[in-house]
Ligand binder design. Structure first.
Ligand code: NAD
Length: 492
């Protein structure tokens, strides 16, 4: 079955407890990345719809017991998680058709990763401290009993990207709702249904009106601009590009909103000369999973100059072996499909051109492949003989492009890894004590030693430097949505 035979249901808005179309009646085309053709329709929210969603979220926060009724929230969110899990097959289908995931990536990272993430957040909820007794203190001649209380920030705008939309939607929405906030979710225009289904399942779970709202719109900026400027919104949680992240900080400044930003990355994958299975580990650095569209994906491979030729040979073999294994819609083991959109394809292709002009050497890929099915296909691409000052080593490409850079010694590897405006993820392979010592010196938020998982629903995730601020997921991801209040009770 080819994806053009699949029509997805219409993505609807979810506002104040109601699933509905846009007030204007407008819809827009949902384009499938495998074919470049229309696979469904999505409600195109107007400014009036966004305004209504913000008003509903504000009302639910200010005039219901949602922010204070923790037991109720916990039970409801467990029910919601169970409903998400019960709809796994539908979610996998959306990830394949709308997001363009190959089955091997859709099931694992896109959907099971997101559902496991919801489990992780629910496991962390009981660990949150809501009230602390800070004891008595005598000051100014009398005793005061002190409490520190943690409570929900308020109305949250969750603005999410298209690359792993369910994962990011859950990371923000489930955490913010568990914290007692109310939420307006604005998914990326490219992946409206993965946002809309969150609203549908919330309606099915029986969420109180206004607690959670979803607005889909064709215009990438309109709803986001409104949400980030509106004084009724207290916190903006954003995942996407660094450029838009900066814009959001600016827009949030006049009303001093809290901002959580999870932005771009250009993470390093460092292989040490004492790494067991050196060629296999090098092969594992291929940027192919989900066509490289992951923010924490280590897209710079750093290999010791002493074993550079061996590494290049291993990569040549690995890419040659992979050349017939990607872009297969029906193959369960396939992990790489198209990129999300024509715009993204053009962006990736422009970087491939830049890399060649900069003097890096292509050992695999480099071409767009519309012959694969009419959609937005870019070959798995690998540049060697790169250096870290090239644009392809500094800028986020967000496509299936690996950049290989030789280093002299451990110090040099750390220097190169840190020579980036970004600091999101990274990986080091080698003897464990040496690799651990290295990751501790890399200025990034999620580091893996010898393939260990540093990104799971119960661990905090977020960036250093221009990869963002704040943490989502884990206990920290719930606490991100809490305010801290000090209370002094006169005791003598
Ligand atoms: P983007 O940052 O433009 O979009 C992310 C989200 O922000 C979308 O929901 C979009 O509609 C919204 N948005 C756009 N303009 C806005 C504004 N002015 N105010 C508020 N919200 C706004 O990302 P993109 O255009 O979809 O992709 C461009 C690049 O971003 C990619 O090539 C990639 O490098 C990067 N990206 C990073 C991540 C990540 O997880 N860090 C995810 C997707 C894309």
């Amino acid at each position: 079955m080819r994806s053009q035979n699949v029509t997805l249901p219409e993505a609807r808005l979810y506002i104040d407890g109601k699933l509905r179309g846009a007030s204007s009646g407008k819809t827009y085309d949902n384009i499938g990345p495998w074919t470049g053709e229309v696979v469904g329709q999505a409600a195109d929210a107007s400014a009036a719809d966004v305004d209504e969603a913000i008003a509903a979220a504000r009302r639910a926060f200010d005039s219901t017991d949602w922010p204070v009724n923790r037991e109720y929230r916990f039970e409801l969110m467990k029910k919601y998680r169970d409903l998400l899990k019960a709809n796994r097959d539908k979610l996998v289908q959306i990830a394949r058709v709308e997001v363009g995931s190959a089955i091997g990536a859709a099931a694992r990272a896109q959907i099971d990763g997101a559902l496991n993430g919801a489990d992780g957040l629910l496991e962390c909820f009981p660990q949150v401290t809501w009230e602390e007794d800070r004891g008595l203190r005598n000051e100014y001649g009398f005793d005061t009993k002190r409490l520190v209380v943690h409570e929900a920030v308020g109305v949250v705008a969750a603005i999410t990207p298209w690359n792993v939309p369910l994962y990011v939607n859950i990371g923000k929405v489930v955490a913010a709702l568990l914290a007692g906030c109310t939420v307006v979710l604005k998914p990326a225009p490219d992946t409206p249904l993965m946002g809309s289904i969150m609203g549908e399942l919330a309606a099915e779970a029986g969420f109180p009106p206004g607690v959670f709202n979803v607005v889909t719109s064709a215009d990438p900026a309109m709803a986001g601009e409104m949400l980030t400027r509106d004084p009724r919104v207290d916190l903006v949680s954003f995942t996407g590009s660094t450029a838009v992240g900066k814009r959001i900080m600016e827009n949030a400044a006049p009303t001093l909103k809290r901002v959580f930003l999870e932005l771009g990355g250009k993470s390093a994958y460092i292989v040490l000369d004492d790494s067991p299975n050196f060629p296999m580990v090098v092969m594992g650095s291929m940027v192919v999973f989900h066509a490289g569209q992951g923010c924490a994906y280590p897209t710079r491979l750093l290999v010791p100059r002493s074993r550079y030729e061996e590494a290049v040979k291993a990569l040549e073999m690995a890419y040659a072996g992979f050349s017939s294994k990607w872009g297969l819609y029906d193959e369960p083991t396939c992990i790489m499909g198209p990129v999300i959109s024509k715009r993204q394809l053009e962006r990736v292709m422009s970087y491939i051109e830049i890399g060649q002009k900069e003097g890096a050497r292509l050992i695999a890929g480099g071409k767009a492949r519309p012959d694969k099915g009419g959609g937005f296909f870019v070959e798995p691409t690998c540049f060697v003989d790169a250096n870290n000052s090239m644009r392809i080593a500094q800028e986020e490409i967000f496509g299936p492009v690996l950049v290989v850079i030789p280093y002299e010694d451990d110090e040099d590897a750390i220097r190169i890894a840190n020579d980036s405006i970004y600091g999101l993820g990274g990986a080091v392979f080698g003897s464990t004590p040496r690799a651990l010592a290295m990751v501790k010196r890399i200025r990034a938020g999620a580091l893996s030693v010898n393939g260990g998982m540093s990104i799971t629903g119960d661990l905090p995730f977020g960036g250093y430097k221009q990869s963002g601020m704040g943490r989502e997921w884990g206990r920290e991801g719930i606490e991100e949505f809490l305010e801290t209040k000090a209370i002094g009770i006169r005791a003598s």
